[in-house]
Write a protein that binds this ligand. Structure first.
Ligand SMILES: NC(=O)c1ccc[n+]([C@@H]2O[C@H](COP(=O)([O-])OP(=O)(O)OC[C@H]3O[C@@H](n4cnc5c(N)ncnc54)[C@H](OP(=O)(O)O)[C@@H]3O)[C@@H](O)[C@H]2O)c1
Length: 298
């Protein structure tokens, strides 16, 4: 499948990689942004984001909007977390409602996150399991509900439950690297918690795969086939960087540093990408070792 692909959040970390791969695959990409942007930013054309966005002429739409949650969850930020996820998805529905059904894109990929599963120990989390509890799980559940409303408008909707996205330009990887570069890296808490990760190239490629596979719909785990326990992730990262990993960060220190976000890095989510694997998606970076070779050796 190809044609015109709209990307809300095309200026972001995942959006830029998706735009790059989609363009290379023959899609005409149109980004949506709250700021005026130009083709120099890797996306050939842009439309302004608004309360009722102009979604005419698109064959598929990907929504990657979201205020980052890796900062302190103040009352003001919680409003932004909600508006940039549920509010944006509702605005997409408003933009679609004013179009005749034949004018609407056929597919929506809407971001969600593995945070929907809550804290689940060693349980293997395929897409069919019930969501968990907690602030982030509730936020993701509401986010997915707002995407389900778009399915009611006749689009095939996929809710991409994204894990920790690894890429040299991504905040998560940059933040992980800091203590290791300083020689004070180590596991977080007990280190037994499962971390569902994915390389940004695989994440973008999997979304394009999903757009082209008419039998994929509903929740899709956007995670690599082999999640890692935090202690193993830490050890492998340290090995790749030739640095020690001997300074564990205790939970109280993480809470002081990160506030409630500490609960996210200490939560265990052994998510596996069953839907993607069953649909024949081939990961370029299926194991952490393969991803680290690309991430650490430019
Ligand atoms: N990166 C990860 O590890 C990870 C993991 C799980 C889930 N996710 C989810 O995946 C999505 C994309 O992540 P990312 O890392 O690419 O994020 P990012 O780099 O922070 O980009 C987010 C994009 O969202 C747009 N945006 C933010 N608030 C908006 C609003 N109120 N209205 C419209 N657009 C808004 C911004 O576009 P403009 O400023 O141009 O308008 C920005 O380009 C997010 O929803 C995030 O929660 C990411």
């Amino acid at each position: 499948m190809s044609g015109k692909l709209g990307i809300v959040g095309a200026s972001g970390f995942i959006g830029r990689e998706l735009a790059r791969q989609a363009t290379a695959a023959g899609w005409r990409v149109c980004g949506f942004s709250r700021s005026a942007r130009g083709a120099a930013e890797g996306v050939p054309s842009w439309r302004a984001w608004s309360e009722v966005p102009d979604l005419r002429g698109l064959d598929a739409l990907v929504n990657l909007a979201g205020e980052p949650v890796n900062r302190r969850w103040t009352a003001e930020r919680r409003v932004l977390f909600h508006d940039s996820r549920i509010g944006v998805t509702e605005r997409i529905a408003a933009g679609l409602e004013i179009l005749h059904s034949a004018e609407r894109p056929r597919v929506l990929v809407n971001a969600s996150a593995v945070g929907i599963y809550g804290n689940r120990g060693d349980e293997i989390l395929e897409e069919g399991v019930t969501p968990g509890g907690g602030y982030l799980a509730d936020l993701c559940r509401d986010w997915e509900k707002s995407a389900d409303a778009v399915a009611g408008l006749g689009l095939r909707v996929m809710k991409w439950r994204i894990g920790v996205v690894l890429g040299r330009e991504g905040e998560a990887f940059k933040q992980m690297m800091i203590p290791f570069r300083l020689g004070v890296g180590g596991r977080l808490g007990s280190g037994r918690q499962w971390m569902p990760w994915i390389h940004v190239e695989d994440l973008a490629a999997s979304m394009l795969h999903g757009i082209g596979h008419a039998n994929l719909a509903g929740p899709i785990n956007g995670t690599a086939p082999e999640p890692e326990r935090n202690a193993d992730f830490t050890r492998k990262l340290a090995q790749a960087l030739h640095r020690p990993a001997i300074f564990p960060a205790p939970p109280f220190a993480l809470k002081l540093l990160l506030g409630e976000f500490a609960g996210v890095v200490l939560a265990s989510q052994r998510a596996v990408p069953r839907a993607l694997l069953e649909s024949g998606f081939k990961f370029r970076y299926p194991t952490l070792e393969t991803a680290l070779v690309e991430l650490v050796n430019p």
